[in-house]
Structure formats: C-alpha cells, structure tokens
Design a protein around this ligand. Structure first.
Ligand code: BGC
Length: 258
C-alpha cells in the first residue's frame, strides 16, 4: 500500500509518497516553509500544494506538532494557538481532496522507528524523544504506542523542559555541546525516574550529529541510541498511520466511541 506522508514542523512542511510495507520513500521528499503565522488555513493551503506537487490521489497521513485526539488538534505549543480545538482531519481532508489521518509528530516518528528503524523488534518499554523546535515523545511497550504523551513539557528547575533542552534552546542560547548535553542528561534522568525505559531513541534533526552529544549522556541506565530514519521518520510514520494494520488507530481512543 502507498500513502502520502506529510510532516508539519515548526520551520518546514515535508512530504513524500511512501511504501507503507517497506517504509521506503517512493520519490524524493519536497519541503515548503511553514507559513508565518502558522494559522490553520495557511497550513492547509501548504497541504494542498504538497498534495498537488505529487499529483497525489489516495490516503494521506499528516503529523502535527501537538496533541491530536480523534483528528482534533488540542494543543499548539510551537504553532499558532488558533489550532486549539480545530478539526484538523476535516480541514486537511478538504485541502487534500482525500481522506486524511492526523497524528502527533513524535508519535509518527516513533511508530516509524519501531517498525523500520532503531526500535525494530524491541518489546520492552521504549521511549522515542525528538529534539527540535520542541521536545516530542512517543512511548511504547510491547510495541504498542501510548499516544500523545507530551513528555517534553515536564517541569525541570521550574521551567518547561523543552525550553531548556530542545535543539532550539541550544541555538537560542548558543550553548556548547557539553552544556546542552548536560541539560539533556538532566532531563533524561527525570524521565528515567518516572518511566524506567529499557531503550531511549533520540531523534530530530540534531540526531544527525549524535556522536557530539549522545556519548556525553552518562547519567542514564537505559540504552540510548540515535534514530535511524533521521528526517524521514515523521513522513514514514504519517503514511503508516493511514493503514490501521501497521499503526495503532487512535481514533475513538479518547473515550468518545469509534
Ligand atoms: C508539542 C508536542 C510535539 C513536540 C515536538 C511539543 O511542544 O507539545 O506535541 O510532539 O513539541 O514537535
């Protein structure tokens, strides 16, 4: 089965058609800058442009950098606040002209890593963390996802963790690798105290330079590995979400019936 995956990030929106059975992109990905302000209609317009760019007709999966339950976006820490309470599934389905599945960006990346990347075959408690504009999380046990965990927002030293330890925080405060890795280590120690994962997969753009910071994370018992799919994990996970056979269908999981 083939599906178009679209990954909405704080700075760019990336898309590619994906073979859901193998996790391989069927064409080079295309990227369009995330509109500013990133309001729903402007973002939907880019979804339309990306769909047309591939002359796509068929299932479409879209990631969103916030909580998504039953296709409705519930938070927007790093996008325009007007997203809160929007029926993104309906909005994007109209823009794409096809049925759409919408899910949290880190959940999508995690599902892709568990199926085709660093988490393949891992049955214990696995935590995928993405370090980018914010910190995203995807929690698995026995290979099953607990959607919308939002562990980037735990409080550390009185602050939202992602404002101290995201990739953006590193850039914004011009932190050295050593200083930033120290903050990530402290963050992971808090997470480990709460969840005791067997494996932590670290992703996001900064995982491309994992050799500069992952070896410095010495205060953690869990095994820590960089993501294998790097920038493609979100696109692949988004596409996978269109097929309930390969990804957990979270619609109806909020207690509202199916
Ligand atoms: C959002 C999460 C998202 C993460 C990465 C956080 O600020 O609350 O939902 O997964 O950023 O984009």
């Amino acid at each position: 089965m083939h599906a178009l995956g679209i990954d909405i990030g704080g700075s760019g929106m990336k898309a590619a058609p994906v073979d859901v059975a193998t996790g391989k992109l069927l064409a080079p990905r295309q990227k369009i800058a995330t509109p500013r302000p990133a309001v729903p209609d402007a973002v939907a317009d880019v979804v339309k442009q990306l769909t047309s760019a591939f002359s796509w007709s068929g299932p479409v999966g879209i990631t969103f950098p916030g909580v998504v339950t039953d296709g409705v976006t519930r938070t927007a820490a790093n996008l325009d606040r007007s997203w809160i309470g929007i029926d993104a599934r309906a909005l994007f389905s109209q823009a794409a002209g096809d049925p759409v599945r919408v899910l949290n960006d880190a959940d999508a990346a995690g599902v892709a890593e568990m199926t085709f990347g660093a988490g393949m075959g891992q049955k214990g408690t696995v935590l995928m963390l993405t370090f980018g504009t914010g910190i995203g999380s995807a929690l698995f046990t026995g290979g099953l996802l607990v959607p919308n965990t939002e562990l980037g927002h735990i409080e550390i030293r009185g602050h939202d963790a992602e404002t101290r330890a995201s990739e953006r925080a590193k850039e914004l405060h011009d932190m050295s690798w050593g200083k930033w890795a120290g903050r990530v280590d402290e963050y992971l120690q808090h997470i480990e105290a709460l969840l005791s994962p067997h494996l932590i997969i670290v992703g996001g753009g900064i995982s491309k330079e994992s050799e500069k910071w992952v070896p410095r994370l010495t205060g953690i018992r869990a095994r820590i590995v960089p993501a294998a799919l790097l920038n493609e994990a979100g696109i692949v996970g988004a596409a996978m979400a269109t097929s309930s056979e390969v990804a957990l269908d979270t619609s109806g999981a909020s207690g509202m019936g199916s």
